[in-house]
Design a binder for this molecule. Sequence first.
Ligand SMILES: Cc1ncc(COP(=O)(O)O)c(C=O)c1O
Length: 572
Amino acid sequence: MSHNGHPASTPRTSWKQPRLLHFRLPSLFKSHTSSSTSSFAAADRAASTASGSEAAPTPDAASISSAVPLTYPHTEKELPLAIQIQNLQGSDGAIHEDYSEAHKLFRDHAGHAPKGVLPQTINPDEETVPGIVHPGSTGVIYCSDRAMANGFNYANSHDWANLGQGAPEVGEIPNAPPRPTSIDMPTDSLEYAPTTGVKDLRTAVADLYNHTYRVGKESQYTFENVCIVPGGRAGLSRVAAVVGDVYTSYQIPDYTAYDQVLSAFRRLVPVPTALDPENHYRFDIKQAEKDIRTQGIAVIIASNPRNPTGQVIKDKELSDLVELAREGTTVVLDEFYSWYVYPDGDEEEDYGKSISSAAYVDDVDTDPVVIIDGLTKNWRLPGWRICWVIGPKNLISALSQSGSFLDGGANHPMQLAAIALVQPEYVAVAKVALQKHFKMKRDHVLKRLHELGLEVDCPPTSTFYIWLNLAKLPAPLNNGLTFFEELLKEQTIVIPGIFFDINPSHRRNLFHSPCHHFVRLSFGPPLADLDKGLDAMERVLRKVRKEGLRNFGHSYKPSLTSPIDLTSLSHA
Ligand SMILES: Cc1ncc(COP(=O)(O)O)c(C=O)c1O
């Protein structure tokens, strides 16, 4: 234990703790402050907590809270200490992830040690299986593991608020068609289904897209343009498996699985581009054109609407993107949130519209536009694992091949049951109900965040995610990983932003990630769960006001080492 009662941090096995901060802090503080003794002491202590140092004095809570008028929202003037600490995390690099307990926990997890920069931490378990390289835990698994370490388990999951949940609520919602409760299982359905899917479902999906997006267009989708796949990630993997030896571009932040799925297929070369927060994370078509010319990008992949920012490419921008495809670049659009687009107005006629690139395709067999969607989000049936890829016939035939060695096709009885759910009449009712209900939840969460002083820079116009910037909170709460750990203590799960960065393990200092200050909040769960999570945030912020920052940023539970049951947490 350290002198201040915090557990001494676990020594790193792979490199030495930097001790730089002890020497640099005082001079830094002199240059930033008007020499308030309590601020100095508090900041010094904050640094000592983070570094595990024995050197700095410990101020009492009262001295911190009197030095830090923690009202939210706050201005720079109101939060001198917070600003001072944030300054320390600035470009001079004086504060590093090594001083953060939450980041140490992350680095200690298998596969997350910095790669190619510092010696890799060896996990003895991995070495017992010759030739196996641990891919590193995905965001979902890491967050689940940390939740378990904090007492989450299957039996008590209802006591927790899971705002990390990347799935919509699956129960009844007002005015939606009733939830399916049983399925038929004719004897034929006990056979394998074709790897491209059951023909009647493929036809029904093609008809739905023609009905929704292609009325009056000469070129229409047929079953040959549709491949049924066992889930969205299976669709992505099937596509990635048939991408050749080419540069494939994706953007940050985006759905976490792209990084892992793309890197699993070693022929293609993933090329990330960072989206600009100043520009509301907009997809920059001019930049894409330039990248195609200068870097030879052959394939672009993006979620649209976008997870985690809740922004959407639509109208002319979407039509320009499809045009870009026609000029010779394959554009793969993951349209899983295509119904989760919220109208500005609240009249009946404002609801029921969805967004798909299918509306801008000229020729369904020659425009290289690939759409992935399915029952997971729009139909609120993530457990069914029935999804589809839509594109030119030749692509579908290639996907049939990759499906035959990757996944063997989607569940046969569920495909048959899905046919009734993709009928236009069913969809029309389900879509309106979904948009009304989720818009209500979005507005509710945004209002409560505003009341807590947590302003959302970029409110979501689509999806069920809020990309929340914590930069204005006092350190260490202003980074996603620490905020996540603090909420776990309050039985609430959110997803730290760094999981939406490309391969964060490759960064020398996670504090430099563009997603460092962010968390993703999901308003997928039912309203009562959302309130439970927001209440937890309120408690954390109240505690800061009352006790200052001394109780934050440390004393986290060690990760579990035994195999853990992840079945009760849903996907990110
Ligand atoms: C953008 C996006 N695409 C695909 C998926 C995964 O879909 P599935 O659960 O069907 O694999 C998700 C799930 O979170 C997602 O957010």
